[in-house]
Structure formats: structure tokens, C-alpha cells
Design a protein around this ligand. Structure first.
Ligand code: MF3
Ligand code: CO
Ligand code: CO
Length: 247
């Protein structure tokens, strides 16, 4: 069921998104080589709680962290632990916060120290994929135009588009309908409506787009071990455009 949010709900989602946005501003000043992924998680957790919000990921389907912290070949759902961030790593930090019963969700991929040009390009193109994805987006846009645009940009740059994970609606729940794939055929899918809030989150790989889940039941890695990047924002669809709520 796809929900169109009321103005009151949108204000609450906006407030949750502001917490997520500020968490990244804070994290950007502190994340560094030598930290463990658990230390990154603690920074995120404490910042969210101190902002009067709740980390939605903590305990979600049993997930043990407040953020997903995914290094290099880890695509998504990296469990915070004792892996140490090294010079040259890329690390995706995916943060969802709930405030006043509503959620905001975003992800950034950070470059740690001296990152190779190839990985830098992956991170840059993944961000670009998001912005390509929302080009021209407004009420009436066919949903799968987003994925079509993301996929076109990723593949034109020689990168792969992860299929097993997709974007989603967001509101009272972190994951609501509709699914928002990062691939698709132009002109197809439901028509977006003003008042819908959706997460658009390209997950892009340097090599094969195929992924597998590790024995912990969460950590998703590329099948070929190549690096992956992830970039996400919560977006509000309006009559004449799309507003990014987590920037
Ligand atoms: N934030 C993720 C998303 O973009 C989901 C987090 S999964 C959890 O959809 F288990 F960590 F909560
Ligand atoms: Co997310
Ligand atoms: Co999401």
C-alpha cells in the first residue's frame, strides 16, 4: 500500500530527515582511518539519541547496530564490529532515524585517506546516479524512470547496478511501498503522486553486480570481491518537483 503523506506527516518526516542530515555532518568531521566500524556506529548512535531521535536500524529484524557500516566489498548491511578503517578504504554509512513516529533514511560513502582514482570514480558516479535518478522527477513521473536513469548512468561508466536491494517508500515505517529499483524500463511503473516520500539509493559496484550474504545473515558482499558504493536520500515528491529532505 502506497501512502500519500499529509502536510503534518511531511513535517515529521522532515524533522527526522534533519537529524539524519546533521548526523552525517557530524560524522564527516570525525570518521577517520584507525577507527573501527563499531566506533563509527557509536558516533551515529550517540548523535541520533542526543538529537531526541531513535536509531531505527537498531533491533530492526534483529540488526545489532544503529548504522549499517559497509567497507569496500561490503555492499550493504555491514554489521558494526572490529574491522578497522584503513587508508584507501571506502565506507558506506547508512543511517535511519525515527522522530515523533516518522523516519528519515540516507547513506553516504566516505573515502578514507588516499583512495585510488578508480574507487573515487565509483563513489562519485554513485552519487551522480542519485542525482540523475531524480532529474525531472515530480508528480506523474513513472516510478521506473528513476531506475532507468540510475542504471543508464552507472553502466555508461562501466559499473554494475545491484539488483537484490532497492529503494523504498518511507514514513511511519522505514520500509514502505513502493519498491524503488535502481534499474528498469523508462515509462513504466506506477505514476508518482505529490506527497509520496521515497528513498532513492543506488548501490553500485566496480565489477559484477552480483552479491551474496555472509553467514551472519546480514553482511552483503559483492560476489567477485570488488568494491561497492551506496548513496541514498529521502525525497518528497511534489506537484512540480522533488525535494531532497536529507541534504
Ligand atoms: N537504511 C537501510 C535502507 O536504506 C535499511 C537498514 S537495514 C537495518 O533501507 F537492518 F539495518 F535496519
Ligand atoms: Co538507508
Ligand atoms: Co533506504
Amino acid at each position: 500500500m502506497v501512502y500519500v503523506k499529509t502536510p503534518e506527516e511531511i513535517e515529521k518526516i522532515r524533522a527526522a530527515c534533519a537529524v539524519v542530515r546533521d548526523t552525517f555532518a557530524y560524522l564527516g568531521r570525525h570518521i577517520a582511518a584507525g577507527m573501527t566500524t563499531k566506533e563509527v556506529d557509536t558516533l551515529v548512535h550517540d548523535y541520533i539519541v542526543q538529537s531526541g531521535a531513535t536509531p531505527s536500524s537498531l533491533g530492526y529484524c534483529g540488526f545489532p547496530g544503529s548504522a549499517c557500516v559497509s567497507v569496500n566489498e561490503v555492499v550493504v548491511h555491514g554489521i558494526p564490529g572490529d574491522r578497522v578503517l584503513k587508508d584507501g578504504d571506502i565506507v558506506s554509512v547508512d543511517v535511519t532515524a525515527e522522530k515523533d513516529g516518522y523516519n528519515g533514511d540516507a547513506c553516504r560513502t566516505y573515502c578514507i585517506g588516499n583512495v585510488s582514482p578508480a574507487r573515487r570514480k565509483l563513489v562519485r558516479v554513485t552519487e551522480e546516479c542519485f542525482f540523475k535518478g531524480i532529474e525531472g522527477l515530480k508528480a506523474g513521473t513513472p516510478l521506473f524512470d528513476i531506475g532507468y536513469r540510475v542504471q543508464s548512468h552507472a553502466e555508461a561508466n562501466g559499473f554494475g547496478v545491484v539488483r537484490s536491494f532497492v529503494g523504498h517508500g518511507i514514513g511511519r515505517d522505514m520500509h514502505e511501498d513502493p519498491s524503488v529499483p535502481n534499474y528498469g524500463r523508462k515509462g513504466t511503473g506506477m505514476r508518482l503522486k505529490a506527497g509520496m516520500t521515497i528513498c532513492i539509493e543506488p548501490m553500485i559496484t566496480q565489477g559484477s553486480w552480483r552479491v551474496k550474504t555472509l553467514a551472519d545473515g546480514w553482511t552483503s558482499v559483492t560476489e567477485d570481491g570488488s568494491a561497492a558504493a551506496h548513496y541514498e536520500n529521502t525525497v518528497l515528491i511534489t506537484e512540480d518537483g522533488a525535494e531532497i529532505l536529507t541534504l
